[in-house]
Design a protein around this ligand. Sequence first.
Ligand code: ASP
Ligand code: MG
Length: 405
Amino acid sequence: MAIVVQKYGGSSVADADMIRNVARRISESFNKGNKVVAVVSAMGDTTDDLIELAGRITPNPEPREMDLLLSTGEIVSSTLLAMALHAMGYKAVALSGPQAGISTDSSFSRARITGIEPRRIIKELDKGNIVIVAGFQGLTVDNDIATLGRGGSDTTAVALAASLKASICEIYTDVEGVYTADPRIEPEAVKLDEIGYEEMLEMATSGARVLHHRSVELGQVYNMPILVASSMVKQRGTVIRGGKNMEARNKVRGIAHDMDVAKITVTNVPDRPGIAAAIFLPLAKAGISVDTIVQNASANNITDLTFTVTRNDLVKAMDIIAPVAKEIGARECLSDSKLGKVSIIGTGMQNTPGYAAKMFQTLFEHSINIQLITTSEIRITCIIAEDKVKDAVRALHKAFELNKG
Ligand code: ASP
Ligand code: MG
């Protein structure tokens, strides 16, 4: 009997009726003869509500208690789901992350899974149970509960699928799959049948928020196919996978965008060793993650340094950088918070000339000014004005003929 791991997101188990709907879907897979392990997120906005509640008690909750608190959201949904299965006449057990044998490191609120001992799960499956596992949590070496970070239940599911040697990890959510562009912006966007791990990772870092990033990385490491599909409608979703059956590798697969970009430019920076470190170390210490970094070739040993952060981090980043800029003898610190980015992604671009030129020409034809450009081997990203992002997505989608599927 094959082991199937399914995961249902918070919006798929938001109320009692939806929990019953999920129970029905799980039972269908079980009735086909599969051994089913289902991972659930907390119901609806539970996690946000718990964070808000804690904030009303104290502005600085202890990370240990915070994680223990947040882990309860997934305990609630997993137990209710098991009860829904019982009520339908199925044998099921709900397990917390620790009961399921999931170990993590001790970095509360962003713990990493260090190992899974699936003995208990296997025992329950062998007894004929459907196993429901509370997502997003595990046990540290000190016997504390740690959570994996927002959206972490996807990562629980893929890690479990890998450790149980499941044939596939099915992630059911409120989107129907991975599209060539955000269908809310480009109505002609097409759902992809398949996408490679690398492409999916680039799509995710470029703004397409479908899955927890770490779940795709794990999928790639363990070569575990991940299906993303709707928990509401019965429609074929998208399979994220590696290997040879990939669709033609000769084109752009998708357009990703992100409206949450702010830019900081430090002008007239003296060009000498140690300056970049002086600027970026304090940002890193403050937990601010910097995305794009561009440094000009210097003239007369003076250069400009530009980088981007999320809008939320802009004020904090400026507060940190302004004194540093003064100290190193730069002229000034400029910022712009109304930016976005648009990316074209596809393994087919590797070693094939022409994609960048076509992207720039398309943006030019739509009078869209490019502020910064960054690339990876399979992605080209342009930072542009926020109010041009939607136009850019539609124009590029058309230019690269993605509506043809
Ligand atoms: N409930 C957690 C969150 O909302 C984990 C998850 O949904 O995957 O972030
Ligand atoms: Mg959630």
